[in-house]
Ligand binder design. Structure first.
Ligand SMILES: [Mn+2]
Length: 346
């Protein structure tokens, strides 16, 4: 059962059944095809990488040809998930033919083409089957099939549920490790809103498969390089309250800060959350100057739909956590305007 939300040929089929994804259709696509290209969003997090590796392991186990190509290099704290160095960084001159060589293109943990930056053109212009497994709202319509629901805490949870319901492969520890990493991080270590009793049951099941929560947490969060701590210091030092009611807290980082601390963009993971740790603050922003533009991370509390604000600037995300990237634009020229727009969301 599914709702066909698009009648026109160009519209994707969206498989949702009262908050459940139609896994039989996904299984059918997997069974009827032989080669797959998996990819995920720029600056990947553990849900992105964990989902890719889990999906890879599953497809390999049933004898498929699988490639993983990403726009970004895997952040160093997530490399432990990619034990066999399967993930390759996309290089247009080397890989541009792959989009038409495989049977199925699989988008994991993103639903907008601009999230894959250098791979965007090849991906959307391919005439192969394009599928999306994701938990972000408002998917774009360049996919043939979208398996998504915003009630899932993570893309990892979707893959977990798929394997559970279809028994397509046996649930091995390696698979469990990757899905646990995905779920743990996307729930903010089991504290965000979508941390339901069901999520804890899933976590318990993954622990039964041999996952060590201590090892996974330690690998992701407690093996940072020293420069990250220095960078956090600069980030916190930059924090300011904004607006008549002081309900907005923003922080900013510049390229010179990264150079000073000898770190990169991936080391800002988690910093944005400090902006919401202040009593009374309802919206947090982190501005980060990039080599070729800047990015903004947005967080909000309660019912403030901060993804709508991100959308105004070409980005997107979840209701309480979103972001955007502005290429070839100057951070300092836009901060004030973005903060003014932010105030209108209070
Ligand atoms: Mn995710």
């Amino acid at each position: 059962m599914f709702y066909n939300l698009g009648l026109e040929k160009s519209s994707p089929f969206i498989f949702i059944l009262t908050n459940m994804i139609d896994f039989n259709k996904l299984k059918e696509i997997i069974e009827n095809n032989n080669s797959f290209l998996l990819t995920t969003h720029v600056n990947p997090d553990a849900d992105a990488i964990g989902s890719e590796i889990a999906f890879y392991l599953m497809l390999k186990e049933i004898g498929k040809e699988v490639h993983i190509l990403n726009h970004s290099k895997t952040p160093y704290n997530l490399c432990f998930l990619d034990k066999y160095n399967i993930i390759q960084k996309y290089d247009n001159s080397k890989h541009n033919k792959i989009f038409d060589r495989v049977d199925v293109l699989v988008a994991l943990d993103f639903n907008r083409s601009n999230r894959i930056v250098s791979m965007e053109e090849g991906f959307i212009n391919s005439d192969k089957i394009k599928i999306c497994l994701d938990h972000h709202p408002d998917p774009e319509d360049f996919f043939n099939f979208i398996f998504f629901d915003i009630d899932y805490c993570s893309t990892g949870q979707i893959i977990y549920q798929f394997i559970k319901e279809t028994n397509i492969v046996e649930f091995r520890k390696e698979l469990a490790d990757n899905l646990y990493a995905a779920i743990m991080t996307d729930t903010g270590s089991f504290k965000f809103e979508k941390t339901t009793s069901e999520i804890h049951i899933i976590a318990a099941d993954l622990l039964e498969k041999g996952v060590s929560p201590t090892n996974i947490y330690d690998s992701i969060y407690d093996k940072s390089r020293f420069g990250k701590l220095k960078l956090l210091g600069l980030t916190l030092k930059s924090s300011q309250l904004y607006g008549n009611t002081n309900e907005i807290c923003f922080m900013k980082l510049y390229q010179k800060d990264f150079e000073e601390c000898n770190v990169d963009e991936s080391d800002t993971d988690g910093f944005i959350n400090f902006s919401l740790s202040i009593n009374g603050v309802k919206i947090g922003l982190l501005f980060v100057e990039l080599k070729n533009g800047f990015k903004v991370s947005f967080r909000s509390k309660g019912n403030i739909p901060i993804n709508k604000l991100a959308e105004e600037y070409g980005g997107g995300g979840h209701r309480n956590a979103a972001g955007t990237r502005r290429f070839n634009q100057k951070l300092d020229e836009q901060i004030e305007e973005i903060l003014k727009r932010t105030e209108s969301y209070l």
